[in-house]
Write a protein that binds this ligand. Sequence first.
Ligand code: G6P
Length: 367
Amino acid sequence: FLVDKGNYRHFMAKEIAEQPEVIGHTLAHYVDMAKGRVKLADNLPFDFKSLDRIAISACGTAYYAGLVARYWFERYARIPVDIDVASEFRYREPPLNSNGLALVISQSGETADTLASLRHCMESGMKAAAIVNVPSSTIAREADAVFPTLAGPEIGVASTKALSCQLTVLACLAIAAGRARGVLTEQEERKLITALIELPRLIVDVLKIEHQIEGMAKSFSKAKDVLYLGRGTSYPVALEGALKLKEISYIHAEGYAAGELKHGPIALVDETVPVVVIAPHDHLFEKTVSNMQEVAARGGKIILITDERGAAEAEGVGEVLVVPASNPFVAPMVCLVPVQLIAYHTAVFMGTDVDQPRNLAKSVTVE
Ligand code: G6P
């Protein structure tokens, strides 16, 4: 059906702005709000309780959803997670067994590498679940279980709202797994659910700093290289920030685990290199700040994405983008929005074709 841009200049802008709403729709599908519990179908073809691992494969932005989910499944449900990009997963011949669950993530449900990975796992006797945005897609039809993201049609080639919804579904699955495996107490489960339910409102607040980010576009547009750093679940956010910037502004960017900085990328840092640091005030904050100081000492231009507490402690480091404080569980979803907006406004400033960037396709059906 027909989708239009409404009052937005690009589909990407519209899709970024829609995130509070589509996360809300997705949550309504997976959470029993009255009971404060995740609700999944009773007849799932697998049982979280008896799984000995989850093997995730996906491509591009959907792969980063999987990277965040690995932290969640391991921490909140104590399930070992194996993850790789779909084009590598199959060919590295991982030992698969029928006590494991294959999990593929795809907006379109048509990505050839992801589909091949799904088929490979199913042929090896694993049950396979798919998180997809297009319910009529090939991946949705072939998987044993389908968990829809309710993002609505995503038109911008660079994925935004689909990722937020993939993360929402994965968060719900991690909670359900944690409960099934007796890792989360009822009280802990309720806390995580509360954090998820508050998310749409928090993202509405994050969107209010859009103007500040727009003002930074000019300086980003002059950069030849941009680094993005984060630890824990902020690390995949750093990877996604770098990918978004590359995709639509064509500026070279790299996402790195903040602790790896000293093992290579610090050699790139000088006064011409913006370094975006994603560091909500969590148990890893101090460590990330010390990596950030290594950047500052070499004259790198720091852009810190953090909450108020983080901003107070890191005063004077450079430009700070303050996002609302949240439960660390959902912080990657809060911090995702500013990195999307940095890419978007930089690309708009540079005059590139934001919704249809060169050389890229919305769905890639060749391996
Ligand atoms: C393409 C798109 C990306 C997307 C990736 C995976 O490369 O340009 O935005 O993340 O495919 O797509 P999927 O539909 O499987 O999520």
